[in-house]
Design a protein around this ligand. Structure first.
Ligand code: F6P
Length: 255
């Protein structure tokens, strides 16, 4: 199945100080997360490519003995055990261009335009991944509360703090560009439509609100629950839409 991967950026300097919004860079740990994330996803991508390769090859009934070279990579693992050596052919095997199209699945990596998100994606090989930054994936804009801690908001803007606690979904931060969850849901609509439409895998390196909304959409959560989903840093989610239902996996990072 096609996979939709979602994660938040690696830990940023603002995260360590409990400040919301801003445009901080990653901490050392955050960079480590980016590096390990790229390695983890690369393993998954390669596994998937192996699987596809295997299926296509079985369908076209090719027999192989020895290493099979494709796109500079060598596949020989389970292959030799499963295929008879009688009809061994020498490598490399030329693939039917149509099959090749099935195999070379582009894998997109989408980030926001914020430093912490783009810095997390910096470890992905742009020859293997189609990497794109888009403003629509930016974190919720917290207007006058930007760069504050929740404690500071509570002390400096008690009415705002209260109003948000009462109705997080509808509450819009005051001040220039301030947004509500509903505003972000609205601006994410076209991104979600594109994710649904595309046939290949995608990894979204987003933010807390972005991650909540994407997961909620694909899992069919109730609107009122979206703003309260627990989506910690350094956690990777994998969504596999199926004809009936959706598979959902969570991977926790252990540095
Ligand atoms: O603290 C990280 C962060 O992404 C902030 O930038 C953002 O305002 C906040 O989380 C969103 O979470 P919540 O809606 O729970 O305040």
């Amino acid at each position: 199945p096609r996979q939709i991967w979602v994660t938040r950026h690696g830990e940023s300097l603002d995260n360590t100080m409990g400040r919301i919004g801003g445009n901080a860079s990653l901490t050392k740990l955050g960079k480590q997360y980016g590096e390990d994330l790229a390695m983890f996803i690369e393993t998954k991508r390669a596994e998937f490519q192996d699987r596809l390769f295997f299926d296509v090859t079985r369908e076209s009934n090719l027999m192989n003995h020895g290493n099979l070279s494709f796109q500079g990579k060598t596949y020989n693992s389970s292959f030799n055990n499963l295929y008879s050596t009688e009809h061994a052919v020498s490598t490399p095997i030329e693939l039917d261009p149509e099959d090749e199209e099935k195999i070379i699945k582009p894998f997109s990596v989408w980030t926001s335009m914020m430093k912490r998100s783009m810095e997390t994606a910096a470890y992905f090989d742009d020859e293997q991944y189609d990497i794109k930054a888009m403003r629509m994936l930016n974190e919720i804009c917290s207007g006058i509360c930007d760069q504050h801690t929740y404690e500071e908001i509570k002390n400096n803007y008690p009415d705002e703090y209260e109003a948000r606690a009462l109705d997080k979904l509808n509450y819009r931060y005051p001040g220039s560009g301030g947004e509500s969850y509903l505003d972000v849901i609205y601006r994410l609509q076209s991104v979600i439509v594109e994710i649904e439409r595309m046939k290949h895998h995608v990894l979204v390196i987003g933010h807390r609100v972005i991650t909540r909304i994407i997961i909620a959409y694909f899992l069919g959560c109730r609107r009122e629950d979206i703003a309260h989903l627990n989506v910690p840093l350094h956690t990777v989610y994998c969504i596999e839409p199926q004809p009936y239902g959706t598979n959902f996996y969570q991977y926790n990072y252990d540095p």
